[in-house]
Design a binder for this molecule. Structure first.
Ligand SMILES: [Zn+2]
Ligand SMILES: [Zn+2]
Length: 294
């Protein structure tokens, strides 16, 4: 494993061109892999092992086990999860599964909602399955007084039909070497992981360009629960002007009829009003599952 100092030196030795080139290559690789994934998925196959997604054999471990194939039991994960299966790879895999079902809204990786004692906490949903990946400082360092967890590890919860299938305390899953390198990288100020193939809430809320793109294509869903984001809108009328209740009602009526967002219509009806939109995650985003203190 590299030390923080070594990584810093490595980062500083890269030219902007090298960084851009590296990013481009990585992006192309991710895209290609995502296409393979989605193609296999649409046919009901696993892009990693090539078997049906519902296929299970005890001796053939694979990420698709987390999709709860027939006859799998928690005990089968016991051996599998003693290896460093790759935290970041697993997270991407879950993200892709969430994304292919419903873009954006099934991935809650918001920093502001993370439990204080945790360094990372992400809840991801796919159909009737929900995974939460988490680790804190003491997990990253290894629980010192523990015999079976005195190494760097993360925790995982898996719910099936909202019932626990794997609980946070069931396994201490070791970080792989690559994970530990990535974690060191993430500590650097100028390093950001972009989940370009399956962005989560963080990517949307912290990326104004992305936000604008989404905003342009936004329509008003019939069902509140289908919304990925709530746009809270504040309107300030110019001095001396007011907006009547009738006018407001009319705009809401038009929004309902045309499925166009209220704040866009406001702009048309009151071009000289200043309109500020703020964004908060909608209620449809899966709630992060918190680990209970023992
Ligand atoms: Zn597989
Ligand atoms: Zn732990």
């Amino acid at each position: 494993m590299c030390t923080e100092k070594e990584i810093k030196e490595f980062m500083n030795s890269l030219t902007p061109e090298q960084i851009e080139e590296g990013n481009k290559k990585q992006e192309a690789k991710n895209k290609e892999m995502y296409l393979e994934f989605s193609d296999a998925y649409s046919k009901g196959y696993c892009f990693l092992c090539g078997m049906k997604l519902d296929y299970f054999d005890y001796s053939e471990t694979c990420f698709h086990w987390f999709l709860n194939p027939s006859n799998i039991k928690k005990k089968h994960f016991k051996n599998y999860l003693t290896e460093g299966i790759g935290f970041f790879k697993l997270e991407s895999y879950f993200r892709w599964l969430a994304h292919i079902e419903k873009p954006f809204r099934n991935i809650n990786d918001l920093k502001c909602e993370t439990t204080k004692s945790k360094l990372l906490e992400t809840t991801i949903k796919h159909k009737n399955i929900e995974w939460t990946l988490t680790y804190g400082k003491s997990d990253l360092e290894g629980h010192k007084d523990s015999k079976n967890a005195n190494f760097p590890h993360f925790h995982l919860q898996m719910l099936v039909d909202e019932l626990p299938f794997i609980r946070f305390n069931d396994f201490h899953i070791p970080f792989s070497k690559e994970d530990l390198f990535n974690i060191e990288l993430l500590k650097q100020e100028n390093v950001l992981f972009k989940n370009s193939q399956a962005p989560g809430m963080t990517d949307i809320l912290e990326d104004s360009e992305m936000l604008e793109k989404i905003d342009e294509h936004c329509t008003v869903p019939d069902n509140e629960e289908d919304a990925s984001l709530n746009f809270g809108t504040m309107i300030q009328m110019p001095e001396g002007k007011t907006m009547s209740d009738e006018e407001i009602a009319e705009i809401f009526e038009e929004s309902k009829r045309t499925k166009r967002p209220v704040r866009h219509l406001m702009k048309e009806h009151f071009p000289d009003a200043s309109i500020v939109s703020g964004v908060t995650p909608a209620d449809g985003v899966p709630e992060k599952k918190k680990r209970n203190k023992r």
